[in-house]
Design a protein around this ligand. Structure first.
Ligand code: BG6
Length: 484
C-alpha cells in the first residue's frame, strides 16, 4: 500500500544519521512500494554538492547499509530519481526563501521537515520555515533526540517549535519505539491475559533494562562529549522502555491514549537527589581494552573528544516508580559503550515461590531481548529426569524471527518514517513526555557535578565499572550477563 504523496526534506542531509539510517530506510520503503509514486526526497546541507555528487554519496552509503541481497541497481536508479540535493545554510533566513521557490506550492503534497541536525538549530529552522511560508497546515516536523541538553533547554526548544507548529504536527523521534520487539512488548502485555495478574509488585522482584554496545563513539565524538550516556541513552531510549514495561493498559491504541499512560509513569519516577545520586547511580568511562580481539583506545583518545574529558560512556541507575503497581520494585537501568557484548534486553525477575518444596528452586525470569536477536523467553523450573526431585531452570523460548518465517524485519526508521508520512504519532514522544524525562534526569546530572563524581574507569570489552555490581549486590541481586 502506498503512503501519502510527500516532500521529505532532510536537514543535515550529509550527516551520519541521514546517510546511515534515513536514506537506507527510505530506499527500503521505495523498494517495498511504500512510497507514493510522486514522493520526493530532498537532502539539505551546507556542502556545495551537485545533485549527481550527492546521489553518488548516498549510493555509497546505502550500498554499505542495505543487505547485499536487497540492493538492486535498477531499484537504486528509480529511487535516485526521487532524490535531490539543495545546498543551503539552515541558520540563514534568506536560504529558506530560495528553498520555498525551489519547492513550489503543490498543496496536495505532505511536507515533512526532518531535522537530523544538532538541537540548537531546531528553533531557528522552525522560525525560518515560518517566515518563508513553509510551515503550512498539514506539514510535519520531525525532531531527533536528544531534545535539548536539560529540562530548561528542552522547554525552550519545545516552546520555539510550538510557536510555529501545532503539537499534532511535531514528531519527536525515539527510534527504539520503532523496533519490532519494543512494539511486541505492548502486544505481550496487552494482548495476552496471562501476564497481567502477576505484572506488579508482589509478584515481580525487580526489572533490569540493559542496552549494551560494543561500539565506541565512532565519528560522533564532538556531539557525544557534550552529551554522555545519560543524555544520549537513558533520558530517551531506556526511559521509553521503562515506560512500556510499567505503564497501565491504554484505553485505545492511539497516540493520545498511549502517551497519556507513558507520561504518568515518567511523572511517578522517584526523584534521585542528594545522597541517592551516589547510592543509586554508577557513572563510568572506558579506558583502553580489547573488543573482538582488537585493541581499542580509551575514550579520551577518541576523535574530537577532550583529552581530560569527564563525560560518562556508561551509566547504571536504580529507578523507582511511586505508584500502586510498582511501589518497592526497583528498575535497574544500564547502558554503555565499548562493553563486552552488544545486547538490548529487558529482564523481569519474578519473586520466588512463597514456600520452597524442593530445596533448590529459582525464581522465574522473563527475558525480552530486542538485540541481537528478537526473542522472548520464560525461564521455568523443571524436574531433572531420573529419580528424586532435582530441579533445573529450563527455557520456554520464542524466537520472533523464526515464528514469522524469517520475514525481513523492518528497521525502526522505516516504520517511523512511514508513520510520519501517514501522520500517526503513537510511537513518537509528546512534549510533556520529553520534559518529564528531563525532570528526572536533570537532578542526577546536577548531583554528579555538585559532588564532583567523576566517571569510574572500566576497560573496553568488560561489563562496565566494578561499582556496577554493588548496585544490585547490596540487595542480594545480580545482573544478568549470559548471552544464550
Ligand atoms: C542512538 C545513540 O540514539 O542509539 C547512539 O545516539 C547509540 O549513541 C544508538 O549507539 C543505539 O541504537 P541501536 O538501535 O543500535 O541500539
Amino acid at each position: 500500500m502506498q503512503s501519502n504523496c510527500c516532500d521529505m526534506l532532510v536537514f543535515g542531509g550529509t550527516g551520519d544519521l541521514a546517510l546511515h539510517k534515513l536514506l537506507p530506510a527510505l530506499y527500503y520503503l521505495h523498494r517495498g512500494g511504500r512510497l507514493h509514486r510522486d514522493t520526493r526526497i530532498l537532502a539539505l546541507a551546507r556542502s556545495p554538492h551537485t545533485r549527481a555528487a550527492y546521489q553518488a554519496l548516498a549510493e555509497r552509503h546505502c550500498r554499505a547499509q542495505v543487505a547485499r541481497a536487497d540492493f538492486d541497481d535498477d531499484i537504486w536508479r528509480s529511487f535516485a530519481e526521487r532524490l535531490d540535493y539543495f545546498p543551503m545554510d539552515a541558520s540563514q533566513s534568506a536560504d529558506f526563501g530560495r528553498l520555498a521557490k525551489a519547492l513550489g506550492s503543490d498543496r496536495e503534497r505532505v511536507r515533512v521537515y526532518y531535522l537530523a541536525t544538532a538541537p540548537d538549530l531546531f528553533e531557528a529552522i522552525a522560525t525560518h520555515l515560518k517566515v518563508a511560508g513553509l510551515a503550512v497546515a498539514g506539514a510535519r516536523i520531525v525532531l531527533e533526540k536528544p531534545i535539548g541538553h536539560s529540562l530548561q533547554s528542552a522547554q525552550a526548544i519545545n516552546a520555539g517549535i510550538g510557536a510555529v507548529f501545532d503539537e499534532s504536527q511535531v514528531f519527536r523521534i525515539d527510534h527504539y519505539l520503532g523496533k519490532e520487539t519494543v512494539q511486541n512488548l505492548m502486544a505481550l502485555r496487552f494482548a495476552n491475559a496471562l501476564f497481567e495478574p502477576v505484572w506488579r509488585a508482589g509478584h515481580i522482584d525487580h526489572v533490569q533494562i540493559s542496552v549494551c554496545e560494543t561500539l565506541g563513539v565512532e565519528n560522533r565524538g564532538a556531539y557525544y562529549d557534550n552529551a554522555g550516556a545519560m543524555r544520549d541513552m537513558i533520558q530517551n531510549h531506556l526511559l521509553q522502555l521503562l515506560c512500556l514495561v510499567a505503564m497501565e493498559a491504554p484505553v485505545r491504541f492511539d497516540a493520545e491514549s498511549v502517551r497519556n499512560e507513558k507520561v504518568k509513569i515518567l511523572e511517578a519516577l522517584k526523584p534521585i537527589t542528594g545522597q541517592d545520586v551516589r547510592d543509586k547511580t554508577v557513572r563510568g568511562q572506558y579506558t583502553a581494552g580489547k573488543i573482538g580481539g582488537q585493541e581499542v583506545p580509551a575514550y579520551y583518545f577518541e576523535k574530537n573528544v577532550d583529552n581530560d574529558s569527564d563525560t560518562e560512556t556508561f551509566v547504571a541507575v536504580q529507578a523507582e516508580i511511586n505508584n500502586w503497581r510498582w511501589a518497592g520494585v526497583p528498575f535497574y537501568l544500564r547502558t554503555g559503550k565499548r562493553l563486552a557484548r552488544k545486547t538490548s534486553e529487558i529482564l523481569i525477575q519474578f519473586k520466588p515461590v512463597p514456600h520452597q518444596l524442593f530445596g533448590n528452586g529459582q525464581a522465574n525470569q522473563l527475558l525480552i531481548r530486542l538485540q541481537p536477536e528478537e526473542r522472548i523467553s520464560l525461564q521455568l523450573m523443571a524436574k531433572n529426569p531420573g529419580k528424586g526431585m532435582r530441579l533445573q531452570p529450563v527455557e520456554l523460548d520464542l524466537n520472533l524471527a523464526d515464528a514469522f518465517n524469517k520475514q525481513r524485519r523492518w528497521d525502526a526508521y522505516e516504520r517511523l518514517l512511514l508513520d510520519v508520512i501517514e501522520g500517526d504519532s503513537t510511537l513518537f514522544m509528546r512534549r510533556d513526555e520529553v520534559e518529564a524525562a528531563w525532570q528526572w534526569v536533570d537532578p542526577i546530572i546536577k548531583g554528579w557535578q555538585q559532588h564532583y563524581q567523576s566517571p569510574r574507569p572500566y576497560a573496553a570489552g568488560s561489563n562496565g565499572p566494578e561499582q556496577l555490581e554493588h548496585l544490585l549486590e547490596r540487595h542480594g541481586r545480580q545482573w544478568i550477563e549470559e548471552a544464550e
